[in-house]
Design a binder for this molecule. Structure first.
Ligand SMILES: Cc1cc2nc3c(=O)[nH]c(=O)nc-3n(C[C@H](O)[C@H](O)[C@H](O)COP(=O)(O)OP(=O)(O)OC[C@H]3O[C@@H](n4cnc5c(N)ncnc54)[C@H](O)[C@@H]3O)c2cc1C
Ligand code: SF4
Ligand code: SF4
Length: 427
């Protein structure tokens, strides 16, 4: 489908995002095959001159905020700059506004909303890396069915803090908190791999309510404390922006400073594809950095509970976990206590004094023989979560491992995506 499909006789079906319910989760931007979506600290927006109406972003959007269209004279299309300032969507143009542009309302009505056309998968290395070409948008076949958006951005629910502690080594600059929230009698069913949104109290510099920030659930489906209606999060205190300048992240600092008994506003749950397989002998390869460990902890803990109750038949767990230093690695202590025959743990540190920098993809290449065997096995599922910058290196490592083992990445990668067996969630 080409751009012209959205334009007919100078009339554009303009694709827009509803800023009131968008949770700024980045899913659409990661998925769009033509980079039509961009964002700033305020809004996610669609470039009218790039969006071709392929619809790849529509069903993955957890809130439905992406599925908005306005019929516009092409010359009046809303610019990116305009959209970035919006607090709500503009209404459709009135007949008078159309008449002012010399178009009858019936001609405007005739412009069609586009339909879905799948994008082909490109050869990695032949063009700029785009995660949409590799990450699955469907769950594994044996995933449990998730509930999503039970509490949408405009209708949050309340949870009570029942635990909050630093799960990185104390006394260091970088701090990550393990926070447990209890929902009392309010239904809030979740699965490993899903996330929730936390709405920080107060308003921003413009007096606008803060939008929700997303956090992956770090506990299994039956709760951080089994039998209670609770879940855990792994939240890193943001003290610098992506360029290293000092900032005080609104939501992360709010969450890290919460006290037991405090109430928080929660939206969600979100996520319907980054879910774990549940069938016997299904393997899980987890590749993460920093707080990307949250969903990996949830999946590992669910399998650990199943194993200790004798209810799960095998299936390998392999973890590649990266951080700058051991002190910054969330849950370092508890990880060491997991039995070696239960999980194969590989840790990479990129800033250990006197040591060469090691990243998760370096460890993956060292374990190429094991990963090649897992890539050949249709029961293997791969999960990547954490820093945006890790994504390309990890996928390229999988590509090289598949090719060097005599496979063909184009086929292997396409199969993983189609079968919901390679999931990418980076932020
Ligand atoms: C799907 C998804 C899952 C997520 N899961 C988790 C999770 O499990 N744990 C977790 O801690 N975070 C997670 N995040 C990130 C989280 O949603 C927030 O973006 C993060 O906590 C920063 O929010 P803030 O309000 O503190 O910072 P803001 O006030 O929004 O931003 C302050 C400044 O810091 C920059 N910034 C934003 N995020 C980061 C960051 N992570 N590192 C460095 N600089 C940043 C911003 O660009 C801005 O300049 C997830 C994000 C997504 C999209
Ligand atoms: S419809 Fe397709 S091209 Fe347009 S923003 Fe969504 S994914 Fe991108
Ligand atoms: S909520 Fe929907 S529109 Fe907003 S960033 Fe996420 S996927 Fe995009």
């Amino acid at each position: 489908m080409t751009t012209t499909t959205l334009i007919d006789n100078g009339i554009l079906k303009q694709h827009l995002i509803d800023p009131e319910i968008c949770i700024r989760c980045n899913t659409c931007e990661a998925i769009c095959p033509v980079n039509a979506i961009t964002h700033d600290d305020n809004n996610y927006v669609v470039r009218a001159d790039v969006c071709n109406g392929c619809m790849a972003c529509i069903s993955p959007c957890p809130t439905g905020s992406i599925d908005n269209w306005r019929t516009m004279p092409l010359v009046r299309a809303y610019s990116i700059e305009e959209q970035l300032t919006w607090e709500e969507l503009p209404p459709e143009l009135s007949p008078d506004q159309w008449a002012a542009d010399g178009v009858s309302a019936s001609a405007a009505d005739a412009a069609a909303v586009p339909s879905s056309v799948p994008e082909p998968m490109a050869e990695p290395g032949t063009q700029a890396f785009h995660s949409a070409k590799f990450g699955a948008t469907v769950p594994p076949w044996s995933a449990a069915h998730p509930y999503t958006n039970l509490f949408p951005p405009k209708s949050p629910t309340t949870a009570t803090v029942v635990g909050n502690f630093n799960c990185t080594e104390a006394g260091f600059e970088s701090e990550t908190h393990h926070v447990v929230l209890d929902f009392g009698s309010m239904p809030f069913p979740v699965l490993e791999g899903q996330s929730i949104g936390i709405v920080p109290p107060g308003t921003d510099a413009l007096g606008k309510a803060h939008h929700a920030r997303q956090y992956s659930i770090a506990s299994p489906r039956n709760g951080e404390r089994p039998g209670y209606n609770n879940l855990a999060l792994t939240v890193k205190r943001v003290t610098t922006d992506h360029d290293g300048n000092a900032v005080r992240g609104i939501a992360s600092n709010y969450v890290c400073d919460l006290k037991v008994g405090d109430e928080v506003q929660v939206v969600g749950p979100f996520g319907s594809s980054f879910l774990m397989p549940n069938h016997p002998r299904s393997h899980i390869v987890m590749i993460c950095t920093g707080t990307g460990s949250a969903p990996m902890r949830a999946m590992t803990e669910w399998r650990r509970r199943l194993r200790s109750s004798g209810k799960f038949e095998g299936g390998k767990l392999m973890l590649f976990f990266g951080a700058r230093t051991q002190q910054e690695l969330p849950y370092f202590g508890p990880l060491q206590n997991l039995p070696k025959d239960f999980i194969d743990i590989n840790l990479a540190f990129s800033r250990t004094a006197g040591q060469p920098k090691r990243y998760v993809q370096d460890l993956m290449r060292e374990r190429a023989a094991d990963l090649a065997a897992l890539l050949r096995d249709g029961n293997s599922h791969f999960y990547v979560c954490g820093l945006k910058s890790m994504e390309e290196g990890v996928v390229m490592a999988l590509r090289d491992i598949a090719n060097e083992a005599g496979g063909d990445w184009e086929t292997v990668g396409a199969t993983l995506k189609r079968e919901g067996r390679l999931h990418l969630e980076t932020y």
